[in-house]
Structure formats: C-alpha cells, structure tokens
Design a protein around this ligand. Structure first.
Ligand SMILES: Nc1nc2c(ncn2[C@@H]2O[C@H](COP(=O)(O)OP(=O)(O)O)[C@@H](O)[C@H]2O)c(=O)[nH]1
Ligand SMILES: Nc1ncnc2c1ncn2[C@@H]1O[C@H](COP(=O)(O)OP(=O)(O)O)[C@@H](O)[C@H]1O
Length: 207
C-alpha cells in the first residue's frame, strides 16, 4: 500500500492559510484535513469536530500525558495539538493529510516524519497587508491581534526551513500553487519508484 504524504501548511495568522487549504482541498480527492485539538475558545460559526476539537486545559494536559499528540505547541497564548493516531492511521491507509499548524509544530513534524513530510510556508505580500486582513476578518480583540502580529515576525524568520513558499497576494493564484505542490509531490521519483510493482515498464520488458 502506498503511504500518504503529510502536507504541512504554516504561516502567520491572517495570511490566508484556511482559505487556501479549504479551496484547494475541495478540488482534489484523496486528501484529508487533520483537525487539531485546541484550548482556544471557538469563534462564532466554528464547529467542534469540524474546525477544531475544542477542549479544556485539563483534557489537553491529559492528552499530553498519554502521549496522544504527534506534536503540540502554545501558539498566540493557547494550546494546539495534532492527533498522533489520526495521522499514523491515515498515512498508512495511503491518505494524504493536510495540516494547518504553526511554525514550531511544522518543524517538529518534519523531525518526526522526515520522509513523509512536505513543508509549505504561506507569506503575505507585506506586513501592512497582513495587518489589514487580520483586522478585516474581525475575529480577534485588540490584544489578540497584537499578539498575532508580533508572533508573525518570528514566524517569517523561519521561511528558509520550508520546502515551498507561496506568497498569498492573489488568492486564486495561491490556491493553484498549493494544488501544484500537492500534485508534484505525489509524482516525485523517489515516491513513485517505491511503488512500481504494477507498472511493467520498470522491468524493461518488450511487450
Ligand atoms: N503546533 C500546532 N499549531 C496549530 C495546530 N492547529 C492550529 N495551529 C496553529 O495555531 C495558530 C492559530 O490558529 P487559529 O487559532 O485557528 O487562528 P488563525 O491562524 O488566526 O486562523 C495557527 O498558526 C495555526 O496554524 C496544531 O495542532 N499544532
Ligand atoms: N489573497 C487574499 N487577498 C485578500 N484577502 C485575503 C486573501 N486570502 C485570504 N484573505 C482574507 O484574509 C483573512 C484571513 O484569512 P484566513 O484564511 O482566515 O487566514 P489564516 O487561516 O492564515 O489565519 C480572511 O478574511 C480571508 O478572507
């Protein structure tokens, strides 16, 4: 069975990660989104089990204790974690997984699963545009907005550790670029040659 690929998408808050991922995934089959656990309160319109699994601090700490996270981190003042079981099961079933996690989480995932992981960074065209998008989204209070913008500086300093960089200026172009990465990674020679059993050309036989 062909193993799935772990596509890890990171970038500052408000850059457009969710918008790009949702759109790209709606156009492809064989991709599954990893729903994280978080202690952050839900925003209006967010649903438990769809956007996140919303849990309290005690439950989160218990999950850490039970080693249930592939990675977890504190981001913008709240805790977030990726389910280890979900990732391992899906990858082994051959499903491609998309993660929307922060930079610390991304760098931890690639350490744990280097062969399966592809790191994709989404950057804003400018810092002022990032600020504008976050303000327009209107989901954060002044204090949380400031934290997210301050954290963006550190996140942007880690771009060079990523395999791909998408600058989200035009949303449609960014979506197409993400889809291109998804597809190109599937046909990398090293991945394809591992699973050539069904193709006869590899045996150089005359038909
Ligand atoms: N390390 C880690 N980061 C996560 C996880 N889930 C979400 N995040 C990140 O946490 C940050 C905050 O996410 P969220 O609260 O949805 O706010 P938003 O980025 O402003 O939409 C983002 O950078 C997410 O990518 C996770 O399981 N692990
Ligand atoms: N290319 C773009 N141009 C203008 N606005 C955008 C673009 N991409 C996303 N947005 C808007 O920016 C805001 C933040 O996007 P979102 O997907 O929530 O970001 P993230 O998941 O990275 O926090 C949303 O209001 C979204 O509609």
């Amino acid at each position: 069975m062909t193993k799935g690929i772990l596509y890890v998408v990171s970038g500052p808050s408000g850059v457009g990660k969710s918008s790009i991922i949702k759109n790209a995934m709606s156009k492809l089959e064989g991709f599954s989104f990893s729903i994280s656990y978080t202690t952050r309160p839900p925003r209006p319109g967010e649903k438990d089990g769809k956007d996140y699994f919303f849990i309290d601090e005690k439950t989160f700490d218990k999950m850490v204790e039970n080693d249930e996270f592939l990675e977890y981190a504190e981001v913008h003042g709240h805790k977030y974690g990726t389910s280890k079981k979900y990732i391992k099961d899906k990858i082994n079933e051959g499903m491609n997984i998309v993660l929307d996690i922060d930079v610390q989480g991304a760098l931890n995932v690639v350490k744990k699963m280097p062969k399966e992981t592809v790191l994709i960074f989404i950057a804003p065209p400018s810092y002022s545009e990032l600020k504008k998008r976050l303000m327009n989204r209107g989901t954060e209070k002044e204090k949380d907005l400031k934290i997210r913008l301050a954290d963006a500086k550190w996140e942007l300093s880690k771009i060079n550790e990523f395999d791909y960089l998408i600058v989200n200026e035009d949303l449609n172009e960014a979506i197409n670029q993400l889809i291109s990465i998804f597809i190109a990674e599937q046909i990398k020679t090293e991945r394809v040659t591992e699973h050539l059993g069904k193709y006869s050309f590899f045996k150089f036989e005359e038909e």
